[in-house]
Ligand binder design. Structure first.
Ligand SMILES: Nc1ncnc2c1ncn2[C@@H]1O[C@H](COP(=O)(O)OP(=O)(O)O)[C@@H](O)[C@H]1O
Ligand SMILES: [Mg+2]
Length: 334
């Protein structure tokens, strides 16, 4: 790998970009923190940058790659044309153009985006994830007998806790049906019903392609929610600072795991990463039950790279600086 690379940074923009875009104002806002952090690190590392906001025009990506062939594309997009299901098509297009790109390819993105499909693959590999059923919009909503309450209902193909609220936890057939219908009608997609797993919620970040580095495990703790109430990461619990304060919700490094458990979790998460064809970087969300069973909730290809988010926090705990983490992600793409 050359010392000084020509890097094209791709990221999502909410509107068609103007002729000569200048993103300095947006980059100063909290919403653009991951983009700003990565761009600043790339500059500090001495790379040559070009920025391209991606909205709905594949032609813009093709033109940019043809007119200014980069050594590498740093892919920060998470959607295309505001559709998160099309996230996989950006690296697919780059592959067609023979442009090298950071992070995950179309296969990993496709498998992880459909949580049901990912769970089917994990089941083949005998990796535990909550028992489940998928409910298609328009079809009858009937709970299979094998799925006992309490259940957890979530959109099949979403992320960042979209569509997850207190009502996602259901323990009656009526609540179950209402929530499945909500996912169909309001979120316009299939509903995934899973057995509800009580336990500690852990996030495991992994860097690598074939040789994998498991980074220190993070945990969400719910310090002010009564013991007898279900605790899980709703949209508010993840993103609403006042709500987090009120309920004492904090993201910390996991402490006091049972003996040998961190290694066991690391090994399972590596198997998940490989089974779902992840590469570059990814984060596995899981639950650890009081009787020490590990249930995989989902895998996140290309998790958020903001310096204060889980992935970077884990990497820095492992000895990376933010800049060396960004450099390592580039290196892995070669
Ligand atoms: N089967 C389950 N049992 C218990 N809690 C769950 C279950 N599935 C999801 N959750 C809770 O909902 C949150 C979001 O679910 P997840 O599958 O990670 O979706 P997202 O892609 O939105 O992050 C999890 O972090 C966890 O707190
Ligand atoms: Mg998650």
């Amino acid at each position: 790998m050359k010392k000084r690379l020509n890097v094209l940074v791709l990221f999502d923009v909410p509107n068609p970009p103007p002729e000569q875009p200048d993103y300095s104002q947006e980059l100063a806002t909290p919403d653009w923190k991951a983009e700003a952090d990565v761009i600043n690190a790339l500059k500090a590392l001495g790379h040559e940058l070009r920025l391209l906001g991606v909205y709905d025009d594949p032609g813009a990506i093709i033109n940019e790659i043809r007119s200014h062939p980069p050594d590498i594309v740093f892919n920060l997009t998470e959607e295309f044309n505001r559709r998160s299901a099309l996230d996989r098509d950006v690296p697919a297009l780059l592959e067609m153009l023979d442009a090298r790109c950071t992070g995950n390819g179309p296969t990993g993105l496709t498998l992880c985006k459909n949580k049901g499909m990912a769970k089917e693959i994990l089941s083949y590999h005998r990796i535990k994830s909550p028992d489940f059923a998928v409910f298609q919009p328009g079809a009858a909503i009937r709970r299979p007998k094998r799925l006992d309450f309490p259940l957890f209902i979530k959109p099949l193909k979403d992320e960042a806790s979209y569509g997850i609220s207190q009502d996602s936890f259901v323990d009656t057939d009526q609540a179950f049906e209402e929530r499945v219908r909500y996912v169909h009608d309001r979120m316009k997609q299939e509903a995934l019903a899973e057995e509800y797993i009580e336990g500690r919620e852990l996030y495991v970040s992994i860097l690598g392609n074939r040789r994998l580095q498991v980074l220190p495990i993070r945990e969400v703790i719910f310090t002010k929610i009564p013991e007898d109430r279900p605790r899980f990461a709703t949209f508010k619990a993840k993103w609403d600072e006042a709500y987090r304060q009120r309920w004492g919700i904090e993201n910390i490094f996991a402490e006091n795991l049972p003996n040998g458990m961190a290694d066991r979790i690391g090994r399972v998460c590596k198997r998940v990463y490989r089974a779902l064809h992840l590469r570059g970087y990814g984060r596995i969300d899981l639950r650890l039950t009081p009787d020490h069973r590990i249930f995989i909730l989902e895998a996140n290809p290309n998790p958020n790279l903001a310096s204060d988010d889980e992935f970077a926090q884990s990497a820095m705990k492992a000895g990376y600086t933010y800049d060396t983490l960004v450099q390592q992600i580039l290196r892995l793409a070669f």
